[in-house]
Design a protein around this ligand. Structure first.
Ligand SMILES: NC(=O)c1ccc[n+]([C@@H]2O[C@H](COP(=O)([O-])OP(=O)(O)OC[C@H]3O[C@@H](n4cnc5c(N)ncnc54)[C@H](OP(=O)(O)O)[C@@H]3O)[C@@H](O)[C@H]2O)c1
Length: 253
């Protein structure tokens, strides 16, 4: 364990995308550091697996689709009304899309902007309402190096993650009066189901080249989870409106 095991004791933290990958690993690690989790995702079976892996008790599991900003805002507001103000939110839910611009249609945009951006915006809107996030709380959104660097086939995904990073900067200015912080994590490639779908759809040379762009190779979900713990904890009380690179050196090149 890298942080003190009680550094999040008594904190209520909502994790979206908790049924898989980065969200699941972050939920597990947050619970190990004393947080009380609300683990959210769509797949109830995989959410139950996450719940079974959470240390401590008093955690909640909620199945919800976060494609729509208005519905997401309502879900988060209702949750805070039920359990009390949240001390932190980690929004990991999102889907990827690898498709050239010439083939990208409105329905693809709906897909990639769904949980990834509209859901993020719903959380932002809820956080801006009084009593949803506790004063001094922290809201963290998953972004990607695709927000900062261009790659073929990533046009729509890059746009969605760029939207998240832009949103975070403006949101920070609205939440600062209550000392609520808003940040994003600009992640490089992390070995999760999403990543595996990608590497299995392209040839080996392309995967090797992509790996080489990461000075430290591909990441593991725990590498991002540690950054999320930092941003959700008091260790980062003076950090807001920023997009933190956790990318194995990808953007250094
Ligand atoms: N893996 C990478 O290399 C990488 C790199 C940079 C950024 N990211 C970002 O990191 C985040 C997590 O990625 P991951 O690799 O952990 O992906 P993952 O393993 O595929 O997990 C995605 C999660 O998002 C949830 N989700 C997707 N659409 C949803 C919706 N409409 N409503 C509610 N939940 C939804 C999924 O829920 P169900 O499974 O229950 O449907 C799942 O829990 C994403 O935002 C992704 O863009 C990933």
């Amino acid at each position: 364990m890298i942080f003190a095991s009680d550094c999040l004791a008594g904190r209520r933290i909502l994790v979206t995308g908790a049924s898989s990958g980065i969200g699941r690993e972050t939920a597990i690690r947050l619970a190990q550091h004393g947080a009380q989790l609300i683990a959210m995702g769509r797949d109830e079976g995989r959410l139950a697996q996450t719940a079974a892996a959470l240390a401590g008790d008093g955690h909640l599991v909620r199945a919800a689709d976060l494609t729509d900003a208005d519905a997401t805002a309502d879900i988060v507001q209702a949750l805070a009304k039920e359990v009390g103000p949240l001390h932190g939110v980690f929004h990991s839910a999102g889907s990827s899309l690898v498709l050239p611009a010439k083939l990208t249609k409105n329905r693809h945009l709906d897909e990639v902007f769904g949980a990834g951006f509209r859901g993020a915006f719903g959380i932002a809107r809820a956080a801006a309402k009084k009593g949803v996030v506790a004063d001094g709380g922290s809201v963290v959104f998953m972004s990607s190096v695709s927000s900062l660097r261009g790659r073929q086939g990533m046009v729509a995904y890059s746009a969605a993650k760029g939207a998240v990073d832009g949103m975070v900067r403006a949101l920070a200015t609205e939440l600062a009066t209550r000392r609520i912080r808003a940040n994003s994590i600009v992640s490089g490639a992390v070995e999760t189901a999403m990543h595996n779908d990608f590497v299995s759809s392209v040839d080996e040379t392309l995967v090797a080249n992509y790996r080489d762009l990461h000075l430290l190779g591909f990441g593991q979900p725990g590498d991002v989870a540690n950054a999320a713990i930092f941003l959700l904890s008091d260790a980062s009380v003076w950090i807001t409106g920023t997009s933190m690179a956790v990318d194995g050196g990808y953007t250094a090149k």
